[in-house]
Design a protein around this ligand. Structure first.
Ligand SMILES: O=C[C@H](O)[C@H](O)[C@H](O)COP(=O)(O)O
Length: 228
């Protein structure tokens, strides 16, 4: 395992402390979360949870393979805990997500959870969000229109070639955005007709950010003033 994977695994390991026996878990998508799922099994915690709500087809497959029941969010009510990774995080625990294309279901689960624990390696921490191209899920017929609007907002949208989301939509990755006001930009992009979801998690940031590195983990918690 290379150093970055080891750091992701450390962050995932630290998130196990938030898992309570008997409680349904929300589970995100990506390589960091895959470590978390593997560790749930290795540390024998998987057997103590009634099931998990999954944020993607890929995570559903992995959960099932791990012997964890996959539950419907419509049947579970509010979730006590959601664990997911991110592509970028700032000091206010605002995030860019969707590098794997799972942003819409991830945002739904984050919104429907009391506590969102985000697990990242230290390369994901940034001062200003936007170095990572911002994913925007769009209804196919709105692709060109939304592309023009995103250009008007100062970005450089690029269609994610050959990629279709679990919801049957397209992703525009928006390059060259300097996201100085994440909440405002999230609202603005959400307001465009044909946008399904923007991968900016600013209105609902993480509650806890666990940052893994070669020297261990650092836990950053949201403050009352928050980021937006
Ligand atoms: O759509 C994918 C998700 O937002 C992931 O949480 C994000 O891309 C981070 O993935 P990874 O843990 O593989 O870096």
């Amino acid at each position: 395992m290379n150093a970055q994977e080891a750091a992701k695994r450390k962050a995932a390991e630290a998130a196990l402390a938030y898992v309570e026996p008997g409680e349904v878990l929300g589970v995100g998508t990506g390589s960091t979360v895959n470590h978390f799922i593997d560790l749930l099994v290795e540390r024998k915690l998987a057997q103590d949870i009634p099931g998990a709500v999954s944020s993607s087809n890929a995570t559903t497959q992995r959960l099932k393979k791990a012997g964890i029941r996959v539950l419907d969010l419509n049947q579970t009510g509010t979730l006590p805990l959601y664990v997911d990774g991110a592509d970028e995080a700032n000091a206010h625990l605002q995030l860019i997500k969707g590098g794997g294309g799972a942003l819409t279901r991830e945002k739904i689960i984050a919104a429907a959870s009391r506590k969102f624990v985000c697990i990242v390696d230290e390369s994901k921490l940034v001062g200003v969000l936007g170095r990572f191209p911002l994913p925007v899920e769009v209804i196919p017929m709105a692709r060109s229109y939304i592309g023009r609007e995103l250009t008007r907002l100062g970005g450089h949208p690029v269609l994610r070639d050959g990629f279709v989301t679990d919801n049957g939509n397209l992703i525009l990755d928006v390059h060259h955005l300097d996201i100085v006001d994440p909440v405002r930009l999230e609202n603005e992009i959400n307001g465009l007709a044909g946008v399904v979801c923007v991968g900016l998690f600013a209105r609902r940031p993480a509650d806890v950010l666990i940052v893994g590195s070669s020297s261990g983990t650092r836990v950053i918690k949201a403050t009352a003033s928050g980021g937006g």
